[in-house]
Design a binder for this molecule. Structure first.
Ligand SMILES: O=C(O)CCC(=O)C(=O)O
Length: 260
């Protein structure tokens, strides 16, 4: 019988994801929700047209634009908490590094439909995508703040290329649309308190509906070439680092930045 960490690691390697039910307490989620809602309200006011017309997420939540230093420290301590680091260390054994955060919500515009993608498709053309899915991938840790329909994933696609139907749908080729159903799609409904860990490069989509508001924490292996994706303003400064119990997720990123 495998222990929990080996089981999570096996699931991640084989399927590209795992989910832990009731991972966070009500107290942990309500204090996180308070900070995130503050960000979300200010972000919406500042991005009204974008929010109403095309948005389904925001990013840079830990940055200085909308949150004061004490709230940012709360977020940094949540992101690098013992609980989360235990999971991160399970999947990325050496020098995991913080990349960014994103906040996913329901689009206001009803024409926007939940769409299949691999995150790498926005940075690379198809030939390169075929290569990068066999290299180090970015880890998403999804923390739903309210109950949601969750994510739909195609298990195993973090390590294999698309079949013809998956490719045509994801890339909207041959008259197919990226919101069509995929036969191998596995729906993972989530409730507040659950944690979903998945590979950014597997074929996936968020499922719109209910009151979804989910914080995604993005982490990478220091061995991967991802440091250019990190915005300096989303990292803690020297005075904040002193207030973070275990800052290595951030100091690993700061070290990589210092080399560039
Ligand atoms: O929830 C969504 O709308 C999409 C989520 C997603 O694509 C991601 O976390 O990379």
């Amino acid at each position: 019988m495998l222990d929990k960490r080996s089981q999570w690691n096996n699931d991640y390697n084989e399927q590209g994801y795992f989910v832990i039910r009731d991972f966070f307490s009500d107290v942990e989620i309500s204090s996180l929700r308070k900070v995130i809602l503050k960000f979300h309200e200010l972000w919406k006011q500042d991005n009204t047209a974008f929010y109403e017309e095309v948005a389904f997420n925001s990013s840079l939540i830990t940055g200085s634009k909308y949150l004061a230093s004490n709230d940012r420290v709360t977020l940094f301590n949540f992101i690098s908490s013992k609980k989360i680091m235990n999971i991160v260390d399970t999947v990325i054994a050496t020098k995991p590094a913080f990349m960014n955060t994103q906040l996913f919500f329901n689009p206001v515009n009803p024409q926007l439909k939940d769409f299949w993608h691999r995150d790498c498709q926005y940075d690379h053309d198809v030939d390169v995508q075929k290569k990068v899915i066999h290299e180090t991938q970015v880890l998403h840790l999804r923390v739903p703040l309210f109950d949601e329909l969750g994510m739909e994933l195609v298990p195993g696609t973090h390590k294999r290329w698309d079949n013809e139907e998956e490719f045509n749908i994801r890339q909207e080729e041959k008259g197919r649309a990226s919101n069509e159903d995929l036969p191998a799609g596995k729906k993972i409904p989530l409730t507040a308190g659950d944690l979903l860990v998945f590979s950014a490069d597997m074929i996936h989509r968020g499922l719109y509906g209910l009151d979804r508001l989910a914080l995604d924490i993005l982490v990478f292996d220091s061995a991967g070439d991802f440091v250019d994706y990190v915005d300096d303003d989303c990292l803690p400064d020297a005075s904040m680092l002193k207030k973070i119990d275990d800052p290595r997720l951030f100091t690993n990123t700061l070290y990589l930045k210092s080399l560039t």
